[in-house]
Design a protein around this ligand. Structure first.
Ligand SMILES: C[S@@+](CC[C@H](N)C(=O)[O-])C[C@H]1O[C@@H](n2cnc3c(N)ncnc32)[C@H](O)[C@@H]1O
Length: 313
């Protein structure tokens, strides 16, 4: 009996690994990113597993492990503090670029009193973000491409963007758009998955294979390094000052394993959606493990960016 179960288990894992290796979700255009997020939203799997935030958690102290959802909320508050947004008065206009299903936008509106516009390339995410936002919360959502923001120059007091940058095909244009819509002396809060500076240390053979999968599996055209994206912000025609950066890899690293453990902590979240959802969830595990490897071994870094004029610390 045990033998049969083991054979069955290996067959399922082998099948999932085969699908992972063969399937191609590589970046083609903004539409391929939109349809990837439409799928991830419509099947409800991500939301039921990880809640309203599609970003990593913040763990100052690794003994806090165990509550992935509250670590994600902590992340939002830490980035608010680090970028100085907590100094803005209630009613300030904030643009959330690549807002997912609105987790950060709602915290910024409810807990800091901001008037938030969240934009995403995925129409399913925008629909879901609206559904999840109660009446009276000062948040609206629109489908919009971050490469071509349909908002006037200087119209926001702060611009917020979390983990959207890896999907952007032109990092200079992304940086230009973030700064164009920000008013002078406005605040910037960007958090991103970055590669290390590949001009300084080239990819090894193994790293090249890993990097290929990190790009291909989750519709990423390219990762910028922290230094390169900082330079993009500085060189933008709309630059508003010097840019400060930090590396939050150690604060966010536990999130990768935590995101897998959530499936064990909440089996009902996955199984409740049927066997297809279970296989879909399993399919993401190799990429999550490679991400953990890449962030632990210095191939990837978790960069945060703010304007030097931000009044912080
Ligand atoms: C990893 S999710 C992060 C979501 C959200 N910031 C959060 O933290 O929950 C990346 C987000 O970027 C959005 N995105 C990717 N490319 C985009 C583009 N060209 N324009 C607007 N949004 C984009 C995706 O639709 C998705 O909402």
């Amino acid at each position: 009996m045990i033998m049969v179960m083991l054979i069955f288990l290996f067959a399922v894992l082998g099948f999932v690994f085969f699908i992972w290796l063969k399937a191609d979700r590589s970046y083609q255009s903004s539409s391929s990113v939109a349809s990837a997020y439409d799928d991830w939203t419509d099947d409800l799997l991500l939301e039921r597993l990880w809640g309203e935030h599609i970003h990593l958690g913040f763990y100052r102290n690794h003994s806090e492990l165990g509550d992935f959802r509250s670590a994600k909320e902590d992340f939002v508050h830490e980035l608010v503090k680090w970028s100085g947004l907590d100094k803005l008065p209630p009613g300030s206009r904030v643009l959330d670029v690549g807002c997912g299903i609105g987790g950060s936008s709602r915290i910024l509106a409810k807990e800091y009193g901001f008037d938030v516009l969240g934009i995403s390339i995925s129409s399913s995410q925008v629909r879901r973000a609206k559904e999840l936002t109660r009446q009276g919360v000062s948040c609206s959502f629109q489908v919009m491409d971050a490469m071509n923001l349909q908002v006037p120059k200087g119209s926001f007091d702060a611009v917020w963007s979390v983990e959207a940058g890896p999907h952007m095909p032109d990092k200079q244009l992304y940086a230009n758009e973030l700064l164009r819509v920000l008013r002078p002396n406005g605040l910037l809060a960007v958090a991103d998955w970055n590669s290390r500076d590949l001009n300084l240390v080239k990819l090894s053979f193994i790293e090249r294979l890993v990097m290929g999968q990190l790009l291909r599996q989750w519709a990423h055209p390219q990762f910028a390094s922290i230094a390169d994206f900082r330079q993009n912000l500085i060189e933008s025609p709309y630059a508003l000052g010097l840019i400060q950066t930090d590396d939050w890899t150690s604060y966010t690293l536990p999130s990768w394993f935590e995101s897998i453990f959530e499936g064990v902590r909440r089996p009902g979240a996955v199984f409740g959606l049927g066997p297809g959802a279970f296989l879909k969830g399993l399919r993401e595990i190799p990429t999550i493990l490679l991400m953990h490897w890449a962030f632990s071994n210095g191939l990837m870094q978790f960069g945060v960016f703010r304007l030097e004029t931000n009044n912080i610390d």
